[in-house]
Design a protein around this ligand. Structure first.
Ligand code: NAI
Length: 311
């Protein structure tokens, strides 16, 4: 790489972690340390990517490891380790399993990369982000989760398809829980600056809102997991941080009074830059959206209370 080389680490060399790493190498944004507990897995993934580099044209370094000491010097650590839901596993069981994993990983991050920012990806992402925030003791701008951006990508793609225009021209975002209680913000959605209601009828917008909510499950029910959407969203967020691009995204953050919220992690619009969360953007929502946001926050809080032993 040319210029200042920044190091990021990814914990979890599974489906999402590896494709996120490859995306970032191809975007020339950082050198990467990939860590997994499975012996030699991350090492093998790193070798495989390097072998693709002469054709994919990247010179960034990637190292695979099982040793958390290799987190040293990381500007940003992305956590994508953990279990996915299996048949017969309840949501609560999954939350507890991943809470335990995240709690032990965060301890190691604090030990080896105390100055880093943490991006959480492991699900349920809002709850895991909160655990990382509490357990690390890091300032609120240094701990955030990827979830809302992925929901926003699904929302934007569906609108583009419905209107028959370029997916690049749709702007808009989804806040709230990364889950059933997500809130697509139709009043803040535009197509190249043209408010969405000029281009779509209300009932069609409502259908898209409902379809956005099932967007993840529509993929999971067919192929078992989502990979390309999340790994692109991760790379986009990393680029905004490392290059200080200050892009506006929806991400899971810990509000300190914004929207009347605190002691929770929830998807809100933010500016993402060199310091991680540069600012939470406060919008004037109508009463209905405000209520749905507060409802989503109470649902997340109640799940957080189920795993409070882990932070
Ligand atoms: P995967 O099963 O392919 O990979 C998980 C990896 O984590 C495995 O290689 C496993 O060995 C590793 N791992 C487990 N415990 C570990 C530990 N203590 N230290 C280091 N590595 C450990 O799973 P996939 O599909 O990559 O998903 C990973 C997580 O990301 C899941 O929780 C999934 O639900 C979540 N996810 C979140 C999204 C979001 O929008 N926030 C989108 C897609 C996935």
């Amino acid at each position: 790489m040319l210029g200042e080389i920044q190091l990021i680490s990814i914990i979890g060399a599974g489906r999402v972690g590896t494709i996120a790493a490859l995306n970032m190498l191809r975007m020339h944004i950082a050198d990467i340390t990939l860590i997994d507990i499975v012996d030699k897995l991350a090492e093998g993934e790193a070798m495989d990517m390097i072998q693709a580099s002469p054709i994919l044209q990247f010179d960034g370094k990637i190292k695979g490891s099982t040793n958390f000491e290799d987190l040293k010097g990381s500007e940003l650590v992305i956590i994508i380790a953990g279990s996915a839901r299996k048949p017969g596993t309840s949501r609560l069981d999954l939350t507890r399993t991943n809470a335990k994993i995240i709690s032990s990983i965060v301890e190691k991050i604090v030990k080896y990369a105390p100055e880093c920012k943490i991006m959480m990806v492991t699900n349920p992402v809002d709850i895991m982000t909160y655990i990382a925030f509490k357990k690390s003791g890091f300032e609120k701008n240094r701990v955030f989760g990827m979830g809302g951006l992925l929901d926003s990508l699904r929302y934007r793609s569906l609108i583009a398809n419905e209107v028959g225009i370029s997916r690049e021209d749709v702007n808009g975002f989804v806040i709230g829980e990364h889950g059933d209680h997500m809130i697509p913000l139709t009043d803040f959605t535009s197509i190249s600056g043209i408010p969405i209601e000029y281009m779509m009828k209300k009932d069609r917008i409502e259908k898209i809102v409902e379809k956005t909510k099932t967007g993840g499950m529509d993929v999971i029910s067919r192929k078992g997991s989502t990979v390309y959407g999340p790994s692109s969203a991760i790379a986009f967020m990393v680029e905004s941080i490392l290059k200080g691009k200050n892009r506006i995204v929806s991400a899971s953050v810990i509000p300190h009074g914004e929207y009347g919220l605190k002691d929770v992690a929830i998807g809100l619009p933010i500016i993402l830059g060199k310091n991680g969360i540069e600012r939470i953007i406060e919008l004037n929502f109508d009463e209905e959206i405000r209520k749905r946001l507060l409802d989503a926050a109470s649902i997340i809080k109640s799940s957080i209370s189920d795993v409070k032993d882990y932070f």
